[in-house]
Design a protein around this ligand. Structure first.
Ligand code: HEC
Ligand code: HEC
Ligand code: HEC
Ligand code: HEC
Ligand code: HEC
Ligand code: HEC
Ligand code: HEC
Length: 261
């Protein structure tokens, strides 16, 4: 492979190759460029972009490759991404292709979250921080953490665990804030389920350490209805275990399935 650079040069006709070294006659290059056109195209586009199949330049810019600006031009009006908490970061992310891979066929999933990429992007942004600024202090702190800390558990990488999960996921919190904001302490980034987690048994009396009662339990409704349904007129709200089980909040001890409207 003597110094032949195969560069992506996109024309309306499709791909051509250029050569950088001048060691090979131009005619030789021309003769292989047609077959390379086929082999260099890495695969069929997704269904969403299928109509761009003959327009490589819609996404690619000669010499530089996939062009983020071109993606943004077509997608700038997608307000729903910016309005949803977990995807609001799109307003300033600056790169697209890592999470939106192309050429994997009509049915391929075009969006795949890559949390560790977010950390890399964040570090890059902080690299330009002014000496003495808050950002610079943050960068030093983060660099130290990435060097010396350990991942909180082995389902998450250290690189991912430095993200501020709550800034994108506080709306997903199932714990009414009782477990704090450091989701990474317990969770991974591929799914919220925690395979090794075993819920305390129904005989536990500590339910209220991890669960908060609904507002109705602090109103008349509690004495008038809930306590009566459960056959525990004197139970206090904090004593969840007197009335509840771990199967479902609506599976009331002694009373069975109960849901009022
Ligand atoms: C809808 C946008 C889009 C269109 C249209 C498109 N591509 Fe791509 N292409 C991408 C993205 C995104 C990547 C990089 C991400 C990846 O690895 O999948 C990529 C990667 C490539 C690569 C690998 C090298 C590189 O730059 O990363 C080649 C070669 C390529 N495309 C060729 C083509 C050709 C040839 C066409 C036209 C037939 C084309 N592409 C049309 C989005 C597009
Ligand atoms: C010429 C305009 C155009 C360009 C350039 C373009 N897209 Fe698209 N994209 C579309 C259209 C049209 C759709 C399908 C309609 C829709 O759902 O919005 C789409 C769909 C998508 C989707 C949603 C797919 C789905 O599952 O519904 C993603 C993600 C996406 N594009 C990302 C990108 C990225 C990343 C790039 C740059 C590599 C890019 N687009 C370049 C027009 C474009
Ligand atoms: C760190 C990963 C990541 C990066 C970088 C990223 N996205 Fe996304 N994007 C996602 C994920 C994940 C979704 C799907 C969110 C969902 O469906 O809940 C998404 C959704 C979208 C959608 C909406 C698709 C739909 O289903 O309606 C578009 C359009 C889009 N991204 C375009 C872009 C563009 C343009 C860029 C570059 C400026 C970009 N994205 C950068 C991860 C990323
Ligand atoms: C900048 C925003 C952002 C940050 C920060 C972030 N995430 Fe995410 N996360 C997303 C997006 C976007 C998705 C794709 C699914 C969606 O749209 O909800 C996702 C998906 C997930 C999922 C999979 C959800 C599912 O049901 O498939 C988990 C679990 C998750 N993140 C955990 C975390 C944890 C733990 C942290 C902190 C270490 C974190 N995330 C940090 C944006 C973020
Ligand atoms: C002290 C540990 C801990 C912390 C911190 C924590 N969680 Fe959880 N979370 C759990 C456990 C344990 C479960 C139950 C997992 C299971 O059933 O597999 C859970 C379950 C969840 C579920 C439901 C999973 C499912 O599909 O049933 C979501 C969503 C969730 N947590 C989001 C969050 C978010 C968002 C944060 C940060 C704001 C957070 N958690 C902080 C321990 C924690
Ligand atoms: C050490 C913490 C802890 C204790 C103690 C605890 N739980 Fe849980 N429980 C969780 C977590 C974490 C989840 C999963 C996240 C979620 O869905 O709230 C959960 C889920 C549940 C669910 C399922 C909720 C749903 O909507 O699917 C019920 C019902 C439940 N617990 C009842 C109880 C009862 C009753 C007790 C006392 C006998 C109890 N729990 C004690 C942590 C605890
Ligand atoms: C004296 C009995 C009793 C006690 C104590 C009690 N509950 Fe309930 N709870 C009920 C009954 C009965 C229902 C069924 C619906 C209703 O009456 O509101 C219920 C419903 C619920 C629901 C479901 C609400 C809905 O909208 O479906 C949750 C969640 C719940 N309780 C959590 C708790 C927690 C957490 C505690 C402890 C901090 C607790 N409860 C203490 C009797 C009780």
């Amino acid at each position: 492979m003597k110094r032949i650079a195969i560069v992506l040069v996109v024309t309306t006709a499709g791909l051509a190759i250029t050569y950088a070294s001048g060691l090979i006659p131009k005619t030789a290059i021309d003769s292989v460029s047609n077959s390379l056109h086929q082999s260099v195209n890495p695969g069929v586009l997704s269904a969403a972009h299928a109509n761009l199949t003959d327009n490589c330049q819609a996404c690619h810019t000669p010499l530089t490759g996939v062009d983020t600006v071109k993606c943004i031009l077509c997608h700038a009006n997608n307000d729903s991404i910016l309005q949803r908490q977990p995807t609001a970061f799109h307003a300033s992310v600056g790169t697209c292709k890592e999470c939106h891979q192309e050429h994997r066929g009509l049915d391929a999933n075009l969006s795949e979250m890559d949390h560790s990429l977010l950390t890399s992007i964040g570090l890059k942004v902080l690299e330009d921080a002014e000496p003495g600024s808050e950002e610079q202090a943050a960068r030093v702190g983060l660099a130290d953490k990435l060097k010396f800390a350990n991942a909180p558990h082995d389902r998450i990488t250290l690189q991912e665990s430095v993200l501020d999960c709550k800034s994108c996921h506080s709306n997903d919190d199932q714990h009414q804030g009782l477990f704090g904001n450091d989701c990474a302490q317990c969770h991974a980034t591929d799914r919220w389920m925690i395979p090794e987690y075993k819920h305390p048994s129904t005989s536990s009396t500590d339910c209220n350490q991890c669960h908060q009662a609904p507002p109705s339990h602090y109103m008349m409704h509690f004495k008038m209805i809930s306590a009566k349904v459960a056959g525990k007129p004197h139970a206090r709200v904090e004593q969840c275990h007197q009335c509840h089980q771990t199967t479902s909040w609506n599976d009331i001890k002694r009373a069975g399935w109960y849901k009022h409207h």
